[in-house]
Design a protein around this ligand. Structure first.
Ligand SMILES: [Zn+2]
Length: 382
């Protein structure tokens, strides 16, 4: 049967034509129960070899795999003119029924799709973005896979720098789970090699893995073997620790914590009223990414209250040391509302920047809010 994704004008069928050594076995999971697994190659997109043929050569000749790791490879360096405009070429590299090596123990139910490029630094161009969107839509239409996941959202790979970074705008169908720190111990999965594990990761090298684990024969890894990562702590979290957007608390009796940003995903646990929630990302649909692949709804702000974060200077007393210091009833620098005289003091609420210069937002003993300069020659903190 011919699927609609095969009819995309930018697709070229190279099944059986790329370097191979033996063949992959067929997957046991039916296609409709599979997950579409998105990767980037972690090789700069303009470099020679950053394409399906290059990956096939590397996976077969260096890693010793039966064929290229992915079913489908998008090549930004091969732009095709189609009736709809310019598109990045798609190489159909392995039949989608084959269990290829790209996400270890999850290979049986994961369909590997790789966008050539290293999107920690490369930019996605329009022709590639449109191809990604069209391919994903066609696979959905064909019933090939029922969900999209990034490589690092598969079991054991939360630390993998694939495929996050600048994917957010294009990969609107991915959940954008933050990448975690490197684990202390990693369990070798099917198809893993030292080179594959270290591929593109600037935090450690193949040599590090050999040294940390006293490996005698680097070409032989056993599935299930434990590898120790002894990356210095500050390196391990470098570039990888997710940024906290804000912290809030649950304001309703209970909310479900789900594995994805919609009610279509199964509920994994619950949070109760008053529980603290750390938010890493706010999705446009109102769902909050609370880390570790967990999501809660905050549609219309109905379930989680943003905590008023306290400024580190909040509660400190600030005193005029100049003869007179202007104060303003809104954040501004002109038309003072009045003047405080030397020795008068107020309580700091926070420091703000007004037209590029710092001000303290303060309150007086009556609770009135004013804005004053924070210049050290005019006021001092106690
Ligand atoms: Zn990957």
């Amino acid at each position: 049967m011919t699927y609609s994704f095969q009819k995309l004008p930018q697709l070229i069928d190279q099944r059986g034509l790329l370097p191979s050594r033996g063949s992959y076995t067929r997957r046991n999971t039916s296609l409709k129960n599979c997950v579409r697994a998105w990767h980037h190659s972690l090789t700069r997109k303009h470099l020679p070899g950053s394409n399906a043929l290059g990956f096939a050569n590397y996976h077969v000749n260096t890693l010793g795999w039966p064929g290229p790791a992915y079913a489908l490879i998008i090549e930004p360096q091969n732009i095709v003119n189609t009736p709809q405009g310019k598109r990045a070429r798609i190489v159909y590299a392995n039949d989608i029924s084959l269990r290829t090596y790209h996400v270890g123990n999850s290979n049986d139910f994961a369909i590997g799709i790789c966008v050539a490029g290293d999107y920690r630094t490369d930019e996605l161009d329009e022709a590639t973005k449109v191809t990604i969107a069209e391919l994903q839509a066609a696979l959905v239409k064909d019933g090939i896979g029922n969900e999209d996941k990034s490589h690092h959202e598969f079991s054991g790979y939360s630390w993998k720098q694939c495929c996050v970074f600048d994917y957010n705008k294009t990969f609107t169908f991915l959940a954008h789970t933050p990448v975690t720190d490197i684990p202390d111990v990693y369990t070798v999965q099917q198809g893993d090699t030292l080179w594959g594990i270290a591929n593109g990761d600037e935090r450690f090298t193949v040599e590090d893995l050999i040294k940390w684990n006293d490996i005698k024969d680097p070409s032989r890894l056993q599935v299930g073997q434990k590898l120790h990562f002894k990356v210095p702590a500050e390196t391990a979290s470098k570039k990888a620790s997710p940024k906290v957007l804000w912290v809030g608390t649950v304001k309703v009796a209970a909310i479900n914590v789900r594995k994805g940003p919609s009610v279509a995903h199964p509920a994994a646990s619950q949070l109760k009223k008053g529980d603290e929630v750390t938010v890493y990302k706010e999705h446009q649909n109102g769902w909050l990414d609370i880390g570790n692949g967990q999501f809660v709804s905050n549609v219309k702000g109905a379930y989680v209250d943003k905590k008023q974060s306290k400024h580190p200077l909040a509660g400190r007393r600030v005193e005029a040391i100049a003869v007179a210091v202007n104060f303003y009833d809104t954040p501004r620098w002109d038309r003072p509302s009045g003047q405080f005289t030397r020795g008068q003091g107020w309580i700091v609420i926070e420091q703000v920047t007004t037209n590029g210069s710092p001000q303290y937002k303060v309150k007086n003993s009556r609770g009135n809010i004013y804005y004053i300069t924070s210049r050290k020659d005019l006021v001092r903190l106690l």
